[in-house]
Design a protein around this ligand. Structure first.
Ligand code: NAI
Length: 334
């Protein structure tokens, strides 16, 4: 039996985590779900948005599956997502973006894996109020963090038979910080002569991604560019509702849906659970549960191909529960 810290989160979080639990159960994988609350609910109940017992639970299980959590804009507690990444040094944010059957995406040939550095850059949270008319945010780029994310991207490329790694930067303007990132990227690339290495300036990369995404393979980049590019790429294949997200460190991994809490549809039983389901497929692979991972993946493909039982965001009229039931049927059929 595997033990996983389950963070349902807010908004549609409980609906989609419920769906994922049901489908994994149907696939016959035995998981002990250690359910934990974070965010506003935890703040009210335990006096902290990320209580110590949740941190201990993740440390003990080494694997968490996380639904979306509300982050208030310009006020309130620090983002739980950012805090989790920093607390556990989850330095690699990995987002596989692939065209799925039946989804009305813009392109048919997208198969990109993005490696986003997850712990520093402008997300280090160093903001200073100089005076009432001026605020400064500090961009932090270190040799160590740059090196390990690029190494992760190349290791992945080798392991999965990928041909090319593209480092995305803005070193023409941020010559020192992005320059340091590139310096490390080049050193790592030197060690992997069988993998093509290219560099692209972020603005040019964005243009090429929306024109010719098929030419990209593995992308590695800093935190802020990675955040934006990940969502841009999700948009190429049907949006945030159909791409998984993985936050990986040396010791532990948090699998998550990359979309938000969708407050506009929360509690209406119409949330699409596929993004978290695809993240859960990655989690099953991580556990070595390859048969179940394949069965759920195939069920998702079949469901999309049939196109009969889809939630409204995918152009259908099914509820979350109906889609979950259909996935369970397809999993058993696989
Ligand atoms: P959002 O992703 O929650 O919603 C954007 C649009 O996409 C909405 O129209 C929503 O209904 C739709 N949508 C998102 N996920 C969907 C799903 N699974 N099925 C069907 N439709 C879906 O982004 P928004 O509105 O910017 O953020 C809302 C809240 O979520 C904020 O508090 C934000 O901080 C939080 N958030 C949390 C994240 C996380 O925990 N990983 C990531 C992004 C946002």
């Amino acid at each position: 039996m595997h033990s996983v810290t389950l963070i349902p989160g807010d908004g549609i979080g409980p609906e989609i985590t419920g769906a994922v639990k049901t489908v994994i159960d149907a696939a016959g994988v035995d998981i002990h779900w250690d359910e934990q609350q974070v965010g506003q609910n935890a703040l009210e109940k335990y006096g902290s948005p990320l209580p110590e017992h949740v941190i201990e639970s993740i440390k003990a299980n080494k694997v968490a599956l996380k639904g979306p959590v509300t982050t208030h804009v310009g006020k309130g507690f620090k983002s739980i997502n950012v805090t989790l990444r920093q607390t556990f040094d989850l330095y690699a944010n990995i987002r596989p973006v692939k065209t799925l059957p039946g989804i009305n995406g813009l392109f048919k040939d997208v198969d990109i894996v993005i490696f986003r550095e997850n712990t520093e850059d402008l997300y280090a949270g160093i903001e200073n109020i100089v005076d009432e008319d001026r605020v400064e945010a500090i961009k932090v780029i270190t040799r160590k963090a740059s090196r390990r994310i690029v190494e992760k991207a190349f290791e992945y490329a080798v392991l999965h038979g990928r041909k090319k790694v593209t480092a995305i930067h803005k070193a023409n303007i941020m010559k020192k910080s992005d320059g340091l990132f590139l310096e490390e990227a080049r050193k790592v690339a030197e060690k992997y002569r069988d993998i093509n290495y290219e560099e692209l300036i972020v603005d040019n990369a964005c243009m090429q991604l929306v024109q010719k995404p098929g030419k990209f393979d593995v992308i590695v980049t800093e935190n802020l560019y990675g955040d934006i590019i990940s969502d841009l790429c999700a948009g190429l294949v049907g949006g945030l509702g159909v791409v998984p997200g993985i936050n990986e460190g040396q010791e532990l991994t948090i699998f998550e849906a990359v979309h938000g809490t969708a407050p506009d549809i929360a509690g209406k039983n119409i949330a699409n659970p596929l993004a978290l389901m695809l993240s859960a497929v990655e989690m099953l692979k991580h556990f070595g549960e390859h048969t179940a991972a394949k069965a759920i993946h195939k069920a998702i493909h079949d469901l999309l191909q049939e196109g009969k039982c889809l939630t409204p965001d995918l152009g259908g009229s099914a509820t979350t529960k109906e889609m979950t039931k259909e996935l369970c049927r397809l999993v058993n059929y696989c």
